[in-house]
Design a protein around this ligand. Structure first.
Ligand code: AVI
Length: 318
């Protein structure tokens, strides 16, 4: 079957990548924005992480969703427009598409164009009656949503996987406020990872197969490819640890030697043991997250958890 899909392209440019990378690497401590993990190879590595035994969030969230999706469909009613922030391979979305009643359309938003196209086409083929309107964008930036052909009763944001944890709490609030504006009158279905035993967290970000390490190092490979940087991947090592007082996993790339990396004409010196902080993954208690949601203009209408209280799926109403 032949299929054409209109993709709205607001992808960040190479100039934006260069600016943000330069800024991050010239700071102390050095940082890189975690959103740049998700080029095509990075998105594939992340999909592999989601299948790992040690990475509990994905399967726990899936299990919670299986339990709650019927109740959610009742709660939301018909004629919703589903807007997914960071849709990746859209695997999790199918459960919603299967259960929500008379969905008006589905807008997957993702920063990786190739990956988004592939996922959107697969979905459009699997759900021929559904209007699929993909948008390639950094979803934290300002952009207009496409308008579906049928009338929308309410917009429902979908932000699974606890990606909200990858934002600094202040930015998380700002981003949730942005969604609250976009989905005014509707709400947001969000996955939130919970505070728990440190050992479980440690293993989730230090898998024995080393996929998380590859995912982290892929960022340097990407900068070599897209910015013609000269990072030697063997000279950096993945390091992830839980910071209990801040309630977050911190992921770093540690320089194994004193070395100098070049991007354009800029020299970036590294001491031995110096790191690039590539990601934070905040974990919330239910109370902490409810406070954050309220500060952003939402109220927690429902919060579903697994029995061990590892993860939560929450419906926030505007
Ligand atoms: C996408 N995000 C919620 C993941 C997380 O757990 O913070 C990204 C990730 N980083 C390492 N493993 C997975």
């Amino acid at each position: 079957k032949h299929l054409t899909l209109q993709l709205l392209d607001c992808a960040p440019t190479c100039t934006t990548l260069r600016q943000e990378v330069m800024q991050g690497l010239q700071q102390s401590p050095k940082t890189l924005p975690s959103k740049y993990f998700y080029d095509e190879p990075g998105s594939r590595l992340f999909a592999q992480i989601c299948e790992l035994e040690t990475y509990y969030p994905t399967r726990t969230e899936r299990r919670i969703m299986q339990q709650c999706v019927g109740e959610l469909a009742e709660l939301l009613g018909p004629d919703c427009l589903l807007v997914e922030y960071g849709s990746g391979n859209s695997l999790k979305t199918r459960m919603l598409l299967d259960t929500l009643k008379d969905l008006v359309g589905y807008i997957p938003i993702d920063i990786s164009k190739a990956y988004l196209k592939e996922a959107a086409i697969a979905l459009a083929l699997a759900y021929p009656a559904l209007e699929v309107l993909p948008v390639c964008a950094d979803y934290t930036s300002e952009f207009e949503l496409p308008v579906p052909a049928r009338a929308v009763r309410q917009r429902i944001g979908y932000f699974p996987g606890s990606t909200i944890g990858n934002f600094e709490p202040m930015e998380a609030r700002r981003f949730l406020q942005q969604i609250a504006r976009t989905c005014r009158g509707g709400g947001l279905l969000i996955g939130v990872d919970l505070k728990k035993d440190f050992t479980v967290l440690h293993h989730a970000y230090n898998d024995p197969q080393g996929i998380t390490a590859q995912f982290n190092l892929n960022l340097l490979r990407r900068l070599n490819q897209e910015l013609e940087a000269d990072f030697q991947l063997a000279q950096f090592r993945h390091y992830a640890c839980y910071n209990p007082s801040e309630g977050r996993i911190e992921m770093h790339l540690v320089s194994l030697e004193e070395q100098v990396v070049h991007i354009d004409d800029i020299e970036i010196p590294f001491k031995r043991g110096e790191s690039i902080w590539t990601e934070s993954s905040y974990k919330y208690s239910l109370e902490e997250f409810a406070r954050l949601a309220r500060a952003a203009g939402f109220r927690v209408e429902r919060a579903w958890c697994d029995e061990q209280h590892l993860f939560s799926v929450q419906y926030l109403a505007t």
